[in-house]
Design a protein around this ligand. Structure first.
Ligand code: KIV
Length: 266
């Protein structure tokens, strides 16, 4: 029986100590395959800007692009909960703009929740959006939209920074978020946050103690050559498989071996 995964289900998973699986997806065919495999949460990440569109950072991604990807994902009718990333500058400038854009992501994109980056500095936004019944997933630690402030994609929360990350985690929870992504922080700090919070934590480069884990689908399938961070595990190498298929196609076209009668109309 295909039971849709909802926000309350995710909260129950934390309470019952059942780990949450989350991966990014940006389109219809990947979502169909990944959902049939039994994933709990699909994140339409703004990492689309890097792994799909080829930008160096997530900063250029627009609302319209995120809505396009989210609609494609929703067309696969996934059982998994669909969370969409709010792109840079779609929620930072004012509460009004944040509510309007998060509303668009639900209404036009079909997302079931949104994700925003930031801790104490974004608690007013998380509170306002949650209060209009749009479920919000927080994201703290290494927040890719803050790449310039951080001076690169660097681990956050080491030594004296740890207290600040803990405060961010509480600020996100107390503002009404239903879950929290912890990215690029020491495993011990993530374990402490996970033990303290009542909402689930989803880790990426945050060690094994989080309530769930998330990775970028292109990274785990070996489709992103640009860089492979330490926290990524490659579960498949699809690059050579795609390349071999394309080479065989080219060779058969050049040799006149494709199409045959089998692929032709009488
Ligand atoms: O955009 C993204 O893919 C993300 C996750 C990797 C957490 O924010």
């Amino acid at each position: 029986m295909r039971k849709k995964i909802t926000i309350p289900d995710v909260l129950v998973m934390k309470r019952e100590g059942r780990r949450i699986s989350m991966l990014t997806s940006y389109d219809y065919p990947f979502t169909r395959i990944m959902d049939a495999a039994g994933l709990d949460i699909i994140l339409v990440g703004d990492s689309a800007g890097v792994v799909v569109a080829g930008h160096d950072t997530t900063l250029p991604v627009t609302m319209d692009e995120m809505i396009y990807h989210t609609r494609a994902v929703r067309r696969a009718d996934p059982r998994a909960l669909v969370v969409a990333d709010m792109p840079f500058m779609s929620y930072q400038t004012s509460i009004e703009e944040a509510c309007r854009n998060c509303g668009r992501m639900i209404k036009e994109g079909g997302a079931e929740a949104v994700k925003v980056e930031g801790g104490m500095n974004m608690s007013h936004v998380i509170r306002a959006v949650s209060q209009i019944d749009i479920p919000v997933m927080g994201h703290i630690g290494l927040t890719p939209q803050s790449v310039h402030r951080m001076g690169g994609y660097k681990v956050q929360g080491r030594k004296e920074q740890a207290e600040r990350i803990l405060e961010d985690a509480f600020a996100v929870q107390n503002s009404g978020a239903f879950a929290l992504v912890l990215e690029g922080i020491p495993a011990k700090l993530a374990a402490e946050i996970t033990a303290e919070l009542t909402i689930p934590t989803i880790g990426i480069g945050a060690g094994p103690a989080c309530d769930g884990q998330v990775l970028v689908i292109h990274d785990i399938l070996g489709l992103c050559e640009k860089y492979s961070p330490k926290f990524v595990k490659r579960y498949a190498e699809l690059g050579p498989i795609i390349s071999d298929a394309v080479k065989q196609y080219i060779a058969e076209v050049k040799a006149g071996e494709f199409p045959t009668e089998e692929h032709s109309f009488s």
